[in-house]
Design a protein around this ligand. Structure first.
Ligand SMILES: [Zn+2]
Length: 123
């Protein structure tokens, strides 16, 4: 089953759509927050990303609002209490076990961003 799932992911994951700003481009922009998260997920899953991005190399996009926000988020990961940080976004689940799992999803997601964004030489 895991092999079948991995094969499906490699074959079809790139065909999904997640861009928040690509309608005018008729393709993924590659630099909006949903695209950055998508790209980081491909890297984490070790699935070749066959998506055609309008902007593939983010190195020269350091001052793009979304790219900058993602980089700031990653930079804050080491110095902030992630549970408090997540709570600042709004009320969380009252069940402490579920809340812990939710915070862990956020932490792992930011770590995925860190790995992905760490692959660029920022200009
Ligand atoms: Zn996008």
């Amino acid at each position: 089953m895991q092999i079948a799932r991995a094969m499906w992911s490699e074959s079809f994951a790139h065909a999904s759509y997640s861009c928040g700003k690509g309608k005018r481009l008729n393709q993924h922009c590659g630099r909006c927050v949903p695209c950055i998260i998508r790209r980081a997920a491909f890297v984490k899953a070790k699935i070749p990303d066959k998506t055609g991005y309008h902007v593939d190399d983010l190195s020269s996009e350091a001052h793009n609002d979304d790219v900058f926000a993602a980089r700031i988020t990653v930079a804050q990961l080491a110095s902030r209490n992630i549970s408090r940080w997540v709570c600042e976004a709004g009320p969380l689940l009252s069940n402490s076990h579920e809340r812990t799992q939710y915070v862990d999803v956020v932490r792992r997601g930011v770590e995925e961003l860190k790995t992905f964004l760490g692959g660029f030489r920022w200009q």
